[in-house]
Design a protein around this ligand. Structure first.
Ligand code: ADP
Ligand code: MG
Length: 499
């Protein structure tokens, strides 16, 4: 691949060293397990957590004479992912054999795509921030390619004192390898890239993005250079399995390389491992030991070909992606870019919000979902899937506010009741007498009493009208927060004779 430098060095991203500033350059290869019931070339199940070797067909075990048959669902998912990455879809691609020996690779080769991948160049827009001023910056990270390949099995060295075991459940499971261009310039950008990539595949339903189950893993390529110089020699940190670790691995690796270069040394191109316990990377193998995989087209498989109409049909049916959803929330509902980005950050949150906002005020719904619902979920350590308040219940609370049946303040209490006890918000308001007092007679009585009891405050408020707020507060208190604040405000001003 030819490396094109598309970014200008920015002082805020530079890492200070003893002999001046350095720039870190990062490119990522992400393995994402395709969401599919069965494997890439066999009918065996892909279910997570099955007993060892329960999901292994004769093809996956590489029995002699077995032939791979491509699973159309995996092809469809790879194309849909490519479309989500705004990438070139190649109507013809080729499966190759990548040859190497490993005990958990019974075929003696992995079927992968080398020269002709199913998906070519694309891009991801990543929002980085907030910076010290609280601002976010959108940057574009190039995608080099996406190809389909088989996963290998797993060697287990900790099950028996003298033997190693092999579990082939993962053998043959479809992976998408998504390769970025070396476009990232900080650990924050790399974390934001991986987060956004995971959000996109989750929206599309093409990979579940569960890094702790191994459904998504990242190989992180890191190099450093002086700003303006050509790309430096990189090291590849293999199989990092959390977004936080990606950030830590980059920080450690960049500093390690800077220290070597400032000492007059040079970087050896090598494969490294991240040790999460020690927070450091260490060498696994050098470039000299690099494999020669002897790639060649798999003679058991024809080139993979489909027509444009197939791609167009998938494109027409594609889920609305987070960027488009965010733009729609800003344009059609008048939300701020910040609020919109919180709401689209997870598809389940966006779905919840869309149900609440249907036929209602977007900004009010956004405030309640972000501040009250997400706030409460966060405090309770729950995800949106576990919310005790359904979209219908929150929607009903918003309707009660808009009708003037309850005040915004009472609505907070109501939300808490629904959160803890469930139930129909409207019925709760009826039963517990939470209705806002709109009866001006009752409010008037309360206003008169407070005015009569506080002649000194009345004089002060006449001289300084902003003090009318004190009376409003007293009336609200006297009515248990149930008086309509607007009606109280109007009455207080009228009685005090101020505008
Ligand atoms: P390979 O096939 O040997 O792994 P590639 O050229 O395909 O190498 O690059 C693999 C990954 O490494 C890509 O994500 C790419 O962006 C990244 N990369 C390439 N050169 C550099 C570099 N100098 N610094 C950081 N990342 C790099
Ligand atoms: Mg590589």
């Amino acid at each position: 691949m030819t490396l094109v430098d598309t970014r200008t060095p920015e002082p805020k991203r530079l890492i200070p060293g003893a002999t001046g500033d350095w720039e870190v350059v990062i490119g990522m290869e992400v393995h994402a397990q395709v969401t599919s019931e069965s494997k890439l070339f066999s009918g065996a199940s892909t279910a997570f957590g099955a007993a060892p070797n329960a999901n292994v067909s004769l093809v996956d075990a590489a029995m002699p004479g077995m032939l791979p048959v491509i699973n159309e669902e995996c092809v469809r998912q790879a194309i849909r992912t490519g479309l989500g990455l705004k990438a070139q879809i190649n109507l013809k691609s080729v499966f190759d054999r990548k040859n190497y020996f490993y005990p958990d690779l019974p075929q003696g080769y992995q079927i992968s795509q080398f020269k002709q991948p199913i998906v070519g160049e694309g891009k991801i827009i990543v929002s980085v921030g907030p910076d010290k001023k609280g601002e976010f910056e959108d940057i574009e990270i190039g995608i080099e390619r996406l190809h389909l390949e088989q996963d290998a099995g797993k060697s287990m060295h900790d099950q028996h004192p003298t033997m190693s075991y092999v579990d082939l459940n993962r053998s043959g499971v479809a992976l998408m390898e998504i390769v970025s261009k070396p476009d990232m310039r900080s650990s924050d950008e790399a974390k934001a890239y991986l987060t956004k990539l995971r959000t996109i595949v989750r929206y599309l339903g093409t990979c579940d993005g569960n890094m702790d189950e191994g459904s998504m893993r990242a190989d992180v390529n890191v190099s450093v250079r002086r700003p303006g110089e050509a790309f430096g020699t990189r090291c590849e940190i293999k199989n990092v399995n959390s977004i936080r670790f990606v950030g830590q691995a980059i920080e450690y690796e960049a500093r390690r390389q800077i220290a070597i270069l400032e000492d007059g040394g040079k970087i050896d191109q090598e494969t490294r491992l991240f040790d999460a316990n020690k927070g450091e990377t260490r060498s696994m193998r050098s470039k000299e030991e690099a494999h020669d995989y002897r790639y060649f087209p798999d003679p058991d498989l024809l080139p993979l070909e489909f027509d444009q109409a197939y791609v167009d049909a998938l494109a027409a049916d594609l889920t609305e992606l987070p960027d488009d959803k965010k733009a729609r929330f800003v344009e059609k509902l008048g939300l701020s870019a910040y609020d919109a980005s919180i709401l689209v950050s997870e598809k389940a949150i966006a779905d919840y919000f869309e149900q609440v906002t249907a036929g209602r005020d977007g900004k009010l719904a956004a405030n309640w979902v972000i501040n009250d619902l997400l706030g409460a979920l966060n405090k309770a350590g729950k995800g949106i899937e576990e919310t005790p308040v359904s979209p219908a219940q929150l929607g009903a609370i918003l309707d009660l506010i808009r009708e003037g049946t309850i005040s915004g303040k009472i609505a907070k209490d109501l939300f808490e009741i629904v959160w803890n006890e469930g139930g129909d918000p409207r019925a709760i308001v009826e039963k517990r007498g939470m209705k806002q007092v709109t009866d001006t007679g009752a409010i008037e009585k309360a206003v008169d009493e407070i005015i009569a009891a506080n002649p000194d405050k009345v004089e002060q408020a006449k001289a300084k009208p902003t003090l009318a707020g004190w009376f409003v507060g007293q009336v609200m208190k006297a009515t248990g927060g149930k008086a309509n604040p607007q009606a109280v405000n109007d009455l207080v001003k009228a009685k005090l004779g101020i505008e």
